[in-house]
Design a protein. Sequence first.
Length: 317
Amino acid sequence: MNIVVLDGYTLNPGDLSWEPLQRLGRLTIYERTGPEQIVERARDAEIVLTNKTPLRAATLEQLPKLKYIGVLATGYDIIDVKAAAERGVIVTNVPDYSSRSVAQLTMALLLELCHHAGRHSDSVKAGDWAASRDFSYSLTPLIELSGKTMGIIGLGTIGKQTAKLAQAFGMEVIATKRRLPVGTTEDNVRIVELDELLRLSDVVSLHCPLTPETEEIIQRKTLDRMKPSAFLINTSRGKLVREQDLADALNEGRIAGAAVDVLSQEPPGSDHPLTKAANCILTPHIAWATQEARSRLLETAAANVTAFLAGTPVHTV
């Protein structure tokens, strides 16, 4: 089998082994592939693996040998799944490989909003502590999480991992979850309506998939339902948030802070409103990218290909 990886660098910048895929066929790896290079590079491939390089209907029409697309991620919106199905092309993804890592960054971002450890470290290194008249000083309010309420929008695998970490800090956790009645409890998390979650939460953390129903679920009217002291965290999908509305809420003091690992356009333009918003922490879509998570991703992607070659595909979408 001829296997082509279109954009392997993000998954494996050199700290992992491609051997699990190499043993399955003739493997060609490209670090990055531009839109104009896709057809040329994938023309002779029966199996194509892609992380963020899109495979739309017009592209698929030019790849007659293609039998299988493996998405090196959980989200698969970069693939025209309908067009692939019409051509008999199997599409798979890799679910749940990064749940613990994403939950970990969620809490890291929350702790940074509470303590601004990086800002205080920079201050010390700039000589501010050495010049201080006192043994201790703080540049921002310092916030204890115990007794606070975290509201999780989307209590799936990542949401549950995040809930466990929040509970370990002494937080009460409430959540929204499709297909669970309001008022029920799951893993010590009470299921509530969105309006109640926004009203009660000291921290709102997004962990729901991007769907027509959830796109821009965070916008002016929902931000206005949050406490002025509340934080918003997004480690899920950028388009869950109307970003100009969030920037306005931060700059006007209608919420206290935000931490965002994902944006609607990645990478963003230099004039993106959140890059200049008050008390807004931005990280470059790194929640999924621990070495441990990427190793699981690569192993599962290889297992997906193995199952396909055996005639029993798994993780199909």
